[in-house]
Design a protein around this ligand. Structure first.
Ligand SMILES: [Zn+2]
Length: 134
């Protein structure tokens, strides 16, 4: 597992806890999380030098519905994470720009007007680099 991030952070969900949803990740999806941590999250955290929080990582289908996620979300496969510095939008913007310029990704989203950053990395699709603003 990565230097800075753990599987536990990827399955932890306040919504799941509150609604009694068992958000355990299937074994076959664990490599997706490891790939995201190794290639994006750990290098990003190393560069940033301050804590980065995973607001949402893996989502089982029930949790994805509960949070209003789209039906084909990469969160369902363990390939996506919503990241937040919990400092400011401009700090989140530093993460966004660094990923955009320096790291592999399949999707990168500036979400909630910068309230958090969505990043997805799908094995074999590391250079698709679709950027969106929502
Ligand atoms: Zn997301």
């Amino acid at each position: 597992m990565g230097k800075y991030f753990s599987i536990a952070e990827f399955v932890k969900s306040d919504t799941a806890d509150r609604k009694g949803i068992n958000n355990r990740i299937p074994h076959e999806f664990v490599p997706h999380v490891e790939n995201l941590i190794d290639k994006v999250l750990d290098p990003l955290r190393e560069w940033y030098g301050k804590p980065i929080y995973v607001n949402s990582g893996y989502r089982c289908p029930e949790l994805n519905r509960a949070v209003g996620g789209v039906g084909n979300s990469y969160h369902l496969l363990g390939c996506a994470a919503d990241l937040d510095t919990r400092l400011s939008k401009s700090e989140n913007g530093k993460l966004f720009e660094y990923i955009k310029e320096h790291l592999p990704f399949t999707e990168l989203g500036w979400e909630g007007n910068g309230a958090w950053i969505h990043v997805a990395l799908v094995l074999g699709r590391e250079e698709e680099k679709e950027v969106f603003y929502a």
